[in-house]
Design a protein around this ligand. Structure first.
Ligand SMILES: *[C@@H]1O[C@H](CO)[C@@H](O)[C@H](O)[C@H]1NC(C)=O
Ligand SMILES: *[C@@H]1O[C@H](CO)[C@@H](O)[C@H](O)[C@H]1NC(C)=O
Ligand SMILES: *[C@@H]1O[C@H](CO)[C@@H](O)[C@H](O)[C@H]1NC(C)=O
Length: 506
């Protein structure tokens, strides 16, 4: 089997920027609109010309032999006062060009969801989510606007959701972007959501368990509601929970987790002991048993730390936040009884608030006859985490936090079509964070997260496939006073280095 190998390294190095702000707001990692405007006065953008913001990303190319795209506007809306209001919705049915091509999900060679938006005036960066039939397709942060206006677009490969895109039952597309417009915060977000489909003929013969899932079941809140479909997690005891039944002919299951963090936990990696320390993880359990963990990449939104750092090139992952996969196949034994089971999402050490939900991707036996499954090994020792604290002279505190976790499970599935399949799921996670706080004058945070996750699947013919991801997330933040003068004037500097490295073998 060919072994496509993907290696991605994104590194953002941002030098010191000086801010004319008061010492009191030194630790405030989110500046007010007036502070941002005051800084921008020094190097104003060209007048009467909107700025295009962008995130560095790989272009999406359809596989050779594809034709298209066929483009369909799914939803168009101006988000003004939408905070705590119901999501904006539109009826969804497969675009006519998909029906004309034969209608089947396997005819889609590439599906791209494009979010294109504009805003003018003063406004915060806002988080938004896009759901189809309750399953999240895109989590994004808006670009924080300027008085002269801004525009940006995100194109996300959504081919893994083709079963939802091609489903014949009428469905609903929902977008929640909680915005507030008043005299001071005037920016309205105008957005268009477009689906681009590329097709292939004839459809590819399926590789069992690979390619887009046959069914996707949301682990989210149901409409109607006055918020996004995500669960809001406000503390370490909160649980986002959904009960769902899995089709009895499933033979592979992967839970895809979406998350973002806000308010008291927007900058969780800078938190001290009084704010639950800097370590956070999302845990996933089924009927109370831990099946996987997500150690998040620290996305910095466009209004974070110093908004001028993110104009026009936005922070890694901020326009399209990463999602994280947990292999559920080894745990199918308890899910194949046709009854509902409880999927729980929690955040260790959480403060208000985290927005979390998930999609359960399921691959079904084509004969429709039930599968049976068993679990042969499972090992999930408790989280191993420590924080060392050292008062480092008057007014100075130094924290060193580490965390380790491993989870592994092996299970088999007996299928009518493919015989007996055995799947092993392994996660090895490690984390360290140093945090040095000097009175009100300085804070230095250095954090590293290493996340290995792998699934190895074998069938009667030997190894069927392996999917391995090794991720390394690095964050260095300096916030502090430099150049203090005798006459009382000083410069506040903010320096951020953010690295996302990922190696995938599939
Ligand atoms: C959205 O689409 C409408 C209609 O085509 C267009 O007038 C508008 O400029 C678009 N908005 C953005 C932000 O692209
Ligand atoms: C920690 O981060 C600061 C700020 O970016 C950087 O100057 C420093 O070199 C980092 N320290 C280590 C040990 O990497
Ligand atoms: C203090 O001194 C600095 C550098 O010499 C100068 O730029 C600044 O304007 C002075 N500030 C005040 C308040 O006098």
């Amino acid at each position: 089997m060919a072994e496509p190998f993907v290696h991605a390294v994104l590194f953002l190095l941002l030098a010191i920027t000086s801010l004319p702000i008061s010492m009191a707001s030194l630790h405030k990692l989110r500046l007010s609109a007036s502070e941002v405007a005051a800084i921008e006065e020094r190097a104003p953008p060209p007048p009467d010309q909107p700025t295009t913001f962008f995130e560095v990303d790989r272009p999406h190319r359809p596989p050779p032999g594809s034709f298209g795209p066929c483009s369909t506007v799914l939803l168009s809306h101006s988000f003004a006062y939408t905070y705590t209001k119901p999501p904006v919705t539109a009826a969804y049915s497969p675009p006519p060009c998909l029906a004309a091509a034969g209608g089947h999900a396997s005819l889609i060679s590439l599906a791209v969801l494009e979010w294109r938006a504009a805003c003018r005036g003063v406004q915060y960066d806002r988080i938004f989510g896009v759901w189809l039939g309750g399953a999240e397709l895109l989590r994004g942060c808006t670009a924080e606007p300027r008085r002269n206006g801004i525009e940006w677009s995100v194109s996300k490969d959504v081919t893994k959701y083709t079963s939802l895109l091609a489903a014949r039952n009428p469905s609903t597309i929902s977008v929640y972007l909680g915005n507030v417009v008043d005299e001071q915060y005037t920016g309205v977000y105008h957005a268009n959501l477009t689906l681009h489909l590329y097709f292939r003929h004839p459809p590819q013969p399926p590789h069992p368990g690979l390619g887009p899932a046959d069914v996707i079941v949301p682990v989210s809140q149901s409409l109607p509601l006055n918020d996004g479909l995500w669960f809001q997690i406000q503390n370490g005891e909160d649980v986002g929970s959904a009960s769902l039944a899995v089709p009895t002919n499933a033979y592979r299951a992967v839970l895809e987790v979406y998350l973002s963090y806000h308010a008291h936990d927007e900058f969780w990696y800078t938190n001290t002991i009084n704010s639950h320390g800097p370590f956070r993880e999302v845990t996933v359990s089924i009927d109370g048993d831990l099946v996987g963990a997500v150690w998040p990449f620290p996305v910095i939104y466009t209004g974070g730390i110093n908004p001028l750092l993110w104009r026009p090139i936005t922070g890694i992952g901020s326009f399209s936040l990463p999602s994280y996969d947990i292999e559920i196949t080894p745990f199918l034994e308890k899910l194949l009884d046709g009854k509902a089971h409880k999927f729980d999402l929690s955040v260790t050490n959480a403060q208000d608030s985290w927005l979390i939900d998930a999609n359960l991707h399921l691959w079904l036996d084509p004969r429709g006859a039930p599968t049976t499954a068993g679990i042969t090994s499972y090992d999930a020792p408790p989280l191993d985490t420590t924080t060392a604290f050292r008062p480092d002279g008057p007014g100075t505190e130094f924290y060193y936090t580490t965390a380790f976790r491993r989870i592994s499970a092996t299970g088999w599935v007996q299928t009518p079509s493919y015989g007996k399949i055995t799947a092993t799921w392994t996660q090895r996670l490690s984390y360290d964070n140093t945090n040095e706080v000097q009175d009100d004058s300085q804070q230095v945070v250095n954090q590293t997260t290493e996340a290995y996750s792998g699934v190895h699947v074998s069938d009667r013919g030997g190894i069927a496939y392996s999917q391995v991801a090794q991720q390394s997330f690095r964050l260095d933040v300096f916030v502090g006073v430099v150049n203090e003068e005798f006459n009382g004037s000083y410069t506040v500097a903010r320096d951020v280095r953010l690295g996302f490295a990922e190696e995938r073998v599939a």
